[in-house]
Design a protein around this ligand. Structure first.
Ligand code: NAD
Ligand code: THR
Length: 374
């Protein structure tokens, strides 16, 4: 590829001018030079902006209006200050979000616009949440390929060019039917059968490649299905585990689109967002790898319903299986081995199934009483 050829030439020239003999391995020289994988000319002068240890990061979150972004912004703003965390998306923010801190329009398919945002706001950390999830991805493969793969390429190049610390979430969906399922370790066969999963394996590999090749500070967690009370999921296979709370409280009934014995790894949103902050703050030398599984609990729809029924005995759960979602779920791990995250940077979850159910019901207030009474 011409870009790679140009980069190799630049790297070789830099190597020769710095070390004379040029006897160091090329990869070492490449890591030391903060050049961009895109838009590099042979006479470009490379420099990186340095920040003092006490500076807070300046964070940009892409795809920030989905299930996870607003909660992450809240957590990061508490830690780094309101104005140091910018939420972005292509959708119009609700007024509560718009008034809670900086929000900006950003389409990750628009490379120049992304670069302008990073430069003008002196961004140092990028959290890349934009994606099409597993079920909506299967319904629109072309768009999923574009957002999840082309969009990621833009993000990687911007991050490498501007020396950003980059977080890209991966997922249980990055595994497939030939992966070990109970539990899935960090390193094993990954042959997912969805465009979502394929794009996430691609993201893991590209991020790690950019880390080795260009010194990009890439960090990635494979999230389980995430459960939250005040934000709705964006079209995934694990959505049922959020919807059940809404329907239980509103109507006392829930129709599940997965079979009662479909076991999947799940996590309460607070654990997920805290893990994200923790891995972003972890000193680089504690990270023996750049893509980690994180785990909390693992349950089936039947087990979740039973836990809910302890507090809402009248809850009726029926099953009407969605074949697309069921096939996806059947190809995913039932459990995650996250021992490397626990060992390397001290990952520890707070919420198991009983605490999750209690916390979700508490978030919905006293509404459970209405169902009990009806
Ligand atoms: N929620 C989960 O259970 C879960 C589990 C594993 C991994 N993840 C990952 O975490 C990240 C966030 O997940 P989420 O649940 O908040 O997703 P979501 O589907 O709720 O939100 C994704 C956001 O991306 C935005 N988006 C779409 N196209 C865009 C574009 N061209 N430019 C900019 N933004 C665009 C959408 O408007 C949306 O707000 C995703 O990468 C997802 O793969 C989520
Ligand atoms: C698991 C995760 O990646 C997402 N919630 C999905 O089901 O697609």
């Amino acid at each position: 590829m011409p870009v790679i050829r140009t980069l190799t030439k630049v790297a070789k020239q830099a190597l020769l001018s710095t070390h004379g003999c040029g006897c160091q391995p090329l990869t070492v020289a490449v890591r030391k030079i903060s050049f961009s994988p895109r838009q590099v000319t042979s006479d470009a002068s490379f420099h990186s902006v340095s920040f003092s240890e006490t500076d807070h990061p300046k964070v940009l979150i892409t795809g920030g209006l989905g299930q996870l972004g607003v909660g992450l912004a809240k957590l990061l703003r508490k830690r780094f200050g309101k104005n140091n965390v910018i939420l972005s998306d292509i959708r119009k923010p609700p007024s509560s979000v718009f008034h809670s801190g900086p929000f900006i329009y950003s389409d990750i398919l628009d490379y120049k616009n992304l670069r302008e945002i990073v430069v003008n706001n002196r961004i140092t950390w990028l959290v890349h949440y934009s994606a099409l999830l597993s079920a909506v991805g299967e319904a629109n493969v072309a768009l999923a390929r574009s957002v999840n793969i082309t969009g990621l390429h833009n993000i990687l190049d911007i991050a490498a060019e501007h020396g950003l610390r980059l977080f890209v979430p991966s997922t249980i969906g990055a595994f497939g039917p030939s992966s070990p399922r109970d539990p899935a370790p960090d390193l094993c066969v990954q042959r997912p059968r969805t465009i979502y999963g394929v794009s996430k394996v691609h993201a893991e590999l590209m991020g790690e490649y950019y880390q080795h090749r260009y010194g990009l500070d890439f960090r990635c967690l494979r999230y389980p299905g995430i459960i939250s009370a005040d934000s709705m999921p964006g079209g995934g296979t694990t959505d049922y585990a959020v919807q059940i709370f809404h329907d239980a409280i509103k109507t006392g009934k829930f129709e599940c689109n997965l079979k009662p014995d479909t076991r999947l790894p799940m996590m309460y949103i607070d654990d997920c967002l805290r893990a994200t902050l923790e891995v972003m703050e972890a000193p680089a030398d504690t990270l023996s790898m750049r893509t980690y599984n994180i785990n909390a609990m693992s349950f089936t729809p039947e087990e979740l319903a039973q836990e809910l029924q302890k507090q809402m005995p009248e809850l009726e759960v029926t099953y009407d299986i969605d074949p697309v979602r069921q096939a996806i779920a059947d190809s995913w791990p039932m459990n995650f081995d996250d021992s490397n995250a626990r060992k390397d940077w001290g990952w520890k979850h707070d919420y198991d199934l009983p605490e999750l159910v209690q916390t979700m019901l508490n978030s919905f207030g006293a509404d459970t009483r209405m169902v009990h009474a009806s």
